[in-house]
Design a binder for this molecule. Structure first.
Ligand code: F0G
Length: 452
């Protein structure tokens, strides 16, 4: 098999192409987003499926990786692999979630938990490929804006290289689990006044004006790595393709990469059937939803986006056009869920023994809402018998404050601190609270409580 690859502007009326060896994030001609596109010759999908599977029996680090195992589908040549850094990312499990399925009103639900990655989120899939490109380009300093997971992942991979990581995070708006990771991994951590959208604009400017190499998902090398989530998923399902894939939406890189993977897999003959992508956003941070329902050809941004699911607190998602393309190609849809729906769904997933961070729980919340109310949207259908995979994106321990506050019946949409809590409003119901009990250290008392 032979392949070549190049940057391709996603704007069809522009259509410009550029060598993949250039340091580009946007089309120099029209400023639109870029894809990495491929020209393959002699690609045999059935043979590649065998190769991907055989690598699972190998102990070579790049074969063990659930990203590099699919390296034929990535924009690298064998001689580039010396730049690859792996932490054993990918190969995340599929788990049945019967309680969550019942809660959502569907027959059964399969979870693919991307939080079980080395840095605890799906970002590792794309970071390992972008880091490889950064090293190939000879970059010295890499940078990202982040709601916490991109920065944690970037910092972890950089710690294993000579690359210097600089992360820009919105001050006071990222979960402590994530902040603690960038600090431990040694990244230069810049806390900005302002939200993710401000940080993103700033770091994009800085990287076009300086040698900083940008590691956000606007960088097409990130999305190529994230594509392998779909290859890994379908391999786990023995290539029996599900009806629907549900994924949270923030900056919309992840859903975009799945759409691109599905377009390529269909074109190249890996799959005949295409699952419908369903993107779920938090109601207070739902620019894609607002764009779709208003049938606007331009993004309808959300100023001062708000959600306690801080990972997806984003009002100007960079990859929105690619996400729309993913929805169009797969006959998918985007929906929104409330803070209450996210909080309860997260607790229900917990009862399945499946922890996740709040952003990931939008998936179950979104499914429940679609089942209950699909008829409100013309052309959107969902069937409780469908074969559905929900993508959980981040580990439960990224944001334990949220979880504990929920179970202590102390979760508020707004809580203002000045070292100590000074005001709170918008109380959420802790519908499935599991409060700890305070009990005297007394055997009799404990036996009485246990009913023994
Ligand atoms: N879930 C989690 C846990 C995330 O960290 C993110 C994004 C998303 C979902 C949304 O994915 O942006 O590809 O649509 N986190 C980014 C970050 C923005 O900086 O860590 P998306």
């Amino acid at each position: 098999m032979k392949k070549s690859y190049f940057f391709q502007c996603i704007n069809v009326s522009c259509g410009a192409t550029y060598p993949a060896s250039q340091k580009l994030y946007r089309c120099p001609s029209c400023s639109d987003l870029l894809d990495l596109d491929y020209a393959f010759s002699d690609l045999d999908p059935e043979q590649l499926k065998v190769t991907f599977r055989e690598r699972r029996t190998s102990n070579l680090p790049l074969d063990v990786s659930g990203v590099w195992r699919f390296r034929e589908m990535l924009p690298f040549e064998p001689q580039d692999l010396k730049y690859a850094v792996t932490l054993g990312e990918g190969n995340t499990p599929l788990i049945e979630a019967p309680r969550s399925a019942e809660y959502a009103g569907i027959k059964h639900l399969t979870i693919k938990h991307l939080g079980w990655n080395p840095s605890g989120s799906f970002k590792d899939y794309g970071m390992t490929s972008a880091i490889c490109q950064a090293r190939k380009l000879g970059s010295k300093v890499v940078a990202c804006a982040s709601t916490g997971n991109t920065s944690a992942s970037m910092a972890a991979y950089c710690a294993r290289t000579d690359l210097k990581p600089v992360v820009f995070i919105p001050e006071g708006q990222i979960a402590y689990g994530k902040l603690s990771q960038t600090l431990d991994y040694g990244a230069l951590t810049i806390q900005l006044e302002g939200d993710f959208d401000v940080a993103m604009g700033l770091v994009e400017d800085l990287s076009s004006e300086t040698d900083l190499y940008l590691m956000n998902s606007i960088n097409p090398f990130r999305l190529e790595g994230q594509k392998t989530v779909m290859y890994g998923l379908f391999e786990q399902l023995d290539w029996k393709i599900p009806d629907r894939i549900v994924v949270p939406g923030g900056n919309l890189g992840n859903s975009s990469s799945y759409g691109k993977a599905l377009i390529e897999m269909k074109e190249l003959g890996f799959i005949d059937k295409v699952p419908r992508i369903t993107i779920i956003q938090a109601a207070g941070a739902s620019p894609l939803y607002k764009t779709l329902v208003s049938s606007s050809s331009e993004l309808v941004p959300v100023e001062d986006a708000f959600t306690l699911a801080s990972a997806i607190k984003i009002g100007h998602p960079i990859s929105w056009k690619k996400a729309v393309r993913a929805l169009n190609f797969t006959d998918g849809w985007c929906d929104v869920v409330t803070e209450q729906e996210i909080a309860d769904s997260k607790a229900v997933l917990g009862r399945d023994g499946i922890g996740c961070e709040p952003a990931s729980a939008t998936t179950v919340a979104g499914l429940k809402k679609l089942i209950e109310t699909a008829e409100r949207i013309p052309d959107v259908t969902i069937d409780p018998d469908e074969d559905i995979v929900a993508i959980l994106t981040g580990h439960q321990l990224k944001d334990p404050d949220y979880t504990v506050n929920y179970h202590l019946n102390n979760l508020y949409e707004e809580a203002t601190y000045n070292t100590v809590l000074i005001s709170k409003s918008g109380k959420l119901e802790s519908t499935f609270a599991n409060q700890p009990m305070k009990v005297a250290a007394d055997k009799k008392e404990i036996l009485r409580i246990l009913g023994l």
